[in-house]
Design a protein around this ligand. Structure first.
Ligand code: ATP
Ligand code: MG
Length: 654
């Protein structure tokens, strides 16, 4: 893959960045032509109007995403490893070459076509992170169907809601999932879900384990499929019919703006939204960010441990790495299975060069101590990435010092399901450019962030905080919300007309670097001081007794809002509540201000989180407001008993 295109007068990465914003059309036209394989070229680089929420890129262009991710690499290096499936069972990884993945994709594409799935249909994929799931996504892309991957930890109700909204006629699943040594009955969950989904005509079932499942008339049976994956390393046994299929599957000729997939956001802020991404712009943006944010080089092994059910799994486990002809790891397990050394054992064994994970996992692992990390060889690591939430200082430093031995850049990457790919991250910049801990820092090529004040005016100075918006469109941004374009416009384009509104707050430092301060709903106003709860949590988490915390505001007679801190202590810590409170007050007063000190501290065993590991502060707010009927949509909650515990703990306080 050649380096970034050269533009006249552009001599450095930072000049290229300036150019990509000031002459965005020329930049994206060149990059689009260079990095994607087109069946016919585009005639219009972009047709976007942020005042109306109209986003169109590369119109006139025709291409097939699966060809871009597979065929073109098979032509040059068929035996290059595309996927390394890091199965739940440690030490049993399986590799798949580009040729094998193409073959699997084509066979599955032919099965779908023969079973009536048409261009424009939507297929729901309810599978753990595994090669067949990737092949299923690419098979949809091959035949022009949209996919809707639903995280295989969601309940039947949550799955049903997403299938209905997506109007899927086909679901692909496995008999059982295996994660952290535990089995989950995925097929049973699908059975329950589809009862309330009249659109579903068929359910294709692969076998992840040997446990048989009850099959109904709607289900398409499974069997050995070892030939598909060449030798019997399949371990997921697929569709008997796939064997009959030809390994050639004619790729559909897609328009740039045809739908590639829908993905429902994690729902930390309310009812899940079916975010829609289209073909060319999304793929290009995923590929470009994958290469430049992580400094991915040909031959590197990229280890993104996110589940494919999240946007991170879509863009940085599947589409970005495969569009770049890279080798990508499919991580099926958990950070603590069979022990807290799992990630680093995997890094050593698979020789991972870029590791990309979430702050929630880093915070969890640092509790267990350094030896789980240092016992493994991590010398292959070159870049460490973080995504999903603000990464607190303690976690950032541990990640950098212990995991990366102080020699790997840590890139804190800010983005959203809606942005398609990373928008703010320390790289790309000149390789030796400064990285400030806990800051996403620099906008990516073509990204123009702005901060807004409460009146909707653009804040021009540095050393200031505001609502984070984007002033210019880029190819990876979402096109609409499934079945609800009005909600799309209201959510993202009406709050600040002419801008894309992210819903997050950010601080721009004196040097012009961005730091995400959290969701704007999580900003509280204490005695007239506006403060992001993440900032207080960051300090609370630095207390040696504290494993994790969540801070919310609550209505306070005098201050307007008071500070309520839920605190999870580290294992085996014995500390009196008074002492804890004294320590926290001292730290918060010193590092932020006296007004930010917690008014209430509630100890908890754990915090309610989404299945992607994010703290659900909206639920905590409702508990504290004693509005248990208003908890809202809890389908994305990881473990409902965590809420019950919090409610009980809260009642004890009063
Ligand atoms: P929903 O929109 O349904 O409430 P969600 O926002 O959790 O769900 P995602 O699109 O997966 O769904 O997450 C994007 C959000 O995650 C961002 O808007 C931001 O709040 C947070 N986030 C992601 N990366 C970072 C980061 N590096 N630093 C701080 N916050 C981050
Ligand atoms: Mg969001």
């Amino acid at each position: 893959m050649p380096e970034a295109p050269a533009f006249e007068g552009v001599r450095s990465r930072s000049e290229l960045r300036d150019f990509s914003v000031s002459d965005s059309e020329r930049f994206w036209a060149a990059v689009g032509n260079q990095r994607l394989s087109w069946i016919s070229p585009f005639h219009t680089v972009q047709d976007c109007d942020l005042t109306q929420g109209r986003i169109k890129w590369f119109e006139g262009g025709k291409l097939n995403v699966s060809v871009n991710c597979l065929d073109r690499h098979v032509h040059t290096s068929p035996d290059r490893v595309a996927l390394i499936w890091e199965r739940d069972e440690q030490g049993s990884e399986v590799k798949y070459t580009y040729r094998e993945l193409l073959e699997m994709t084509c066979r599955l594409g032919n099965v779908l076509r023969r079973r009536g799935v048409k261009r424009g249909d939507c297929v729901t994929i309810y599978m753990p992170t595994c090669p067949l799931a990737v092949a299923a996504m690419l098979a949809c892309a091959r035949i022009g169907a949209a996919h809707n991957v639903v995280f295989a930890g969601f309940s039947a109700d949550a799955l049903a809601e997403r299938i209905r909204d997506a109007e899927s006629n086909t679901v692909i699943t496995v008999n059982q999932g295996v994660r952290g040594g535990k089995f989950t009955e995925l097929k049973k969950t699908v059975d329950e879900a589809v009862q309330s989904c009249p659109s579903v005509q068929q359910v294709l079932v692969a076998m992840r384990t040997d446990t048989p499942v009850v099959m109904t008339a709607r289900d398409v049976a499974m069997e050995e499929v070892s030939e598909i994956i060449e030798v019997n390393k399949g371990l997921i046994k697929g569709l008997p019919e796939m064997l009959k299929e030809d390994v050639v599957c004619e790729p559909a000729v897609m328009n740039s703006e045809d739908v590639l997939f829908l993905l429902y956001t994690s729902g930390s802020t309310g009812k899940p939204k079916g975010i829609v991404h289209t073909q060319a712009g999304y793929l290009l943006y995923a590929a470009l960010t994958h290469r430049y944010v992580f400094s991915y080089h040909d031959g590197d092994v990229f280890g993104c441990v996110a589940d494919i059910g999240w946007i991170t799994g879509h863009s940085y486990t599947v589409y970005g790495p495969l569009a770049n002809g890279g080798t990508t790891v499919l991580f099926e397990s958990t950070p603590i299975y069979p022990d807290p050394g799992r990630y680093w054992n995997t890094v050593e064994r698979l020789k991972i060069n870029q590791f990309y994970g979430a702050p929630t996992a880093i915070r969890l692992l640092l509790k267990y101590g350094d030896h789980w990390v240092t016992k493994y060889d991590r010398s292959t690591l070159k870049t460490l990435g973080s995504v999903g939430e603000p990464i607190n200082t303690e976690a950032w430093e541990w990640y950098h010092r212990v995991v990366g031995d102080g020699r790997c850049p840590v890139v804190d990457t800010w983005w959203q399901t809606e942005t398609g790919g990373i928008c703010i991250a320390p790289r790309p910049s000149e390789p030796d450019a400064e990285i400030v801990p806990g800051m996403a820092m620099r906008p990516f090529f073509g990204i123009k962030p702005v901060l807004m004040d409460t009146e909707g005016k653009v804040l021009t100075s540095n050393n200031t905080s505001g609502a984070l918006c984007m002033a210019q469109p880029w190819p990876g941004m979402a096109r609409t919300i499934r079945n609800n374009h009005q909600r799309f416009i209201e959510t993202y384009y009406q709050p600040y007309p002419g801008y894309f509104f992210t819903g997050d707050g950010a601080y721009r430092s004196a040097q012009g670097y961005y730091q995400i301060t959290g969701r704007l709903d999580d900003v509280i106003n204490v005695s007239g001081h506006r403060i992001g709860t993440a900032e207080i949590e960051d300090v609370v988490n630095q207390c040696s007794a504290v494993a994790e915390s969540a801070v919310i505001g609550f209505s306070h007679d005098i201050k307007g809002e008071g500070v309520y801190a839920f605190v999870v202590l580290k294992k085996n810590i014995d500390i009196k509540e008074d002492d804890l409170s004294r320590q926290l007050n001292k730290m918060v007063s010193k590092k932020i201000a006296k007004y930010a000190c917690p008014d209430v501290i509630q100890l908890a065993n754990r915090l309610p989180k989404t299945r992607s590991g994010k703290i659900m502060r909206r639920v905590l707010r409702k508990v504290v407001e004693r509005d248990l009927d208003g908890l809202g949509d809890l389908s994305t909650l990881d473990d409902p008993t965590a809420v019950q515990e919090i409610v009980e703990g809260h009642n004890c306080l009063y």
